[in-house]
Ligand binder design. Structure first.
Ligand code: MTE
Ligand code: MO
Length: 344
């Protein structure tokens, strides 16, 4: 096979779609792509990656997770000690708060995420609650702050969320040890909260009676000065038809995923083209913190360009808005989005 020489022009992909995987090269930020979003459990290699810094060097043999602050006993746990604690598995859809930022007007500063900063995995680890009870929380503790190695990234959780049985000090992803990009050897997974709460390369958990004021708590990942970004807003993602798909006119099965950090998905409706005729879809129940599949057959009568939109509602009584809710950081865009395709 002929190898390329320097003199040949570089190959340029001219059909780049809105779902290219690479957002930034260094640090690595990657979106999920249409070929991977079809799976209920995202393959590890296809899972979105969002990191503010390159992954640190962590030696799994010497790494310790420290639990300190307002506790009766400070803990220093090796990874093999962590593995001896009771573990559980939870399927969790993780979404970056910046997902969909490119659709906000005016365009906020920040990574230019299209709509692929969301994925689902099966996570296995020790409930954070187990470690906090072992350390013994003082009565005046209101928050647990989590820090990565070298304290580059920190975020806090109200103590009630930290004690939720599904908040995990996670060691495994889809049955394998955590990959480096996803926080090896240990990270938090906080179901129902945007991804920034799920601190990777976890090194320290601190019990506090004074609210944590770190950069990612008070400057980044805030809607405004009084509202840090927390719960995932109800949202849906059409998997098929993909953007710019060419389909045969006639009956078409539209399907996708819907998720929310505020309870189960109660309905997803789909509309064809620019009208307000919303058709109910069939929901396939799934894991409590994982995304829910929706599907519906629509009739595409005319050849030419069409748009399909999906709109989800959750148990908390929220429904996706039509207009992206703007904020200076470009977080939490859960607006309804038209997917354009062509029928022949
Ligand atoms: N230490 C550390 N943890 C982190 C981050 C980071 O930059 N550093 N990014 C957070 C954000 S904003 C998101 S959306 C998730 C992404 O997790 P993933 O890369 O495994 O998809 O990790 C979170 N945990
Ligand atoms: Mo994020």
């Amino acid at each position: 096979m002929a190898t390329k020489t320097q003199s040949e022009p570089a190959e340029v992909e001219t059909t780049a779609s809105s779902m290219d995987r690479v957002v930034t090269v260094e640090p690595t930020n990657l979106e999920i792509v249409p070929g991977d979003v079809v799976h209920e459990i995202t393959p590890i290699e296809g899972f979105f990656v969002r990191s503010h810094d390159p992954p640190p060097y962590v030696d799994v043999r010497t790494h310790r997770l420290r639990v300190d602050g307002l506790v009766a006993t400070t803990l220093e746990l090796s990874m093999s000690e962590l593995y001896r604690e009771p573990m559980r598995s939870v399927t969790v859809t993780l979404e970056c708060a910046g997902n969909g930022r490119v659709d906000m007007v005016p365009l906020p500063h920040g990574e230019l995420w299209h709509h692929g900063a969301v994925s689902t995995a099966s996570w296995r680890g020790v409930p954070l609650e187990v470690l906090l009870r072992k350390a013994g929380l003082r009565d005046d503790v209101i928050e647990i702050a989590a820090y990565d190695v070298e304290g580059r990234f920190g975020r806090s959780l109200p103590v009630e969320k930290a004690l939720d049985a599904d908040t995990l000090v996670t060691l495994e992803m889809n049955g394998r040890p955590l990959p480096l990009m996803h926080g090896a050897p240990v990270r938090l997974i906080v179901p129902g909260w945007y991804g920034m709460a799920s601190v990777k390369w976890l090194a320290r958990l601190e019990a506090r009676k004074i609210p944590f004021h770190g950069h990612y708590q008070t400057v980044a990942y805030v809607y405004d000065a009084d509202h840090p970004v927390t719960t995932i807003r109800v949202k849906s993602h059409v998997v098929y038809p993909t953007e710019n798909a060419v389909v045969a006119k006639g009956p078409l099965t539209v399907w996708g995923w819907a998720w929310s950090g505020d309870g189960a998905i109660t309905s997803v409706e789909v509309a064809l083209d620019g009208n307000d005729v919303w058709q109910p879809t069939r929901l396939t129940p799934s894991a409590r913190h994982g995304w829910t599949r929706f599907d519906v057959a629509v009739l595409v009568e005319q050849p030419g360009r069409h748009a399909v939109r999906s709109r989800a509602s959750d148990e908390g009584g929220h429904r996706q808005p039509d207009v992206p809710p703007w904020n200076v950081g470009g977080y939490g865009n859960n607006a309804v989005r038209p997917i354009l395709f062509t029928a022949r």
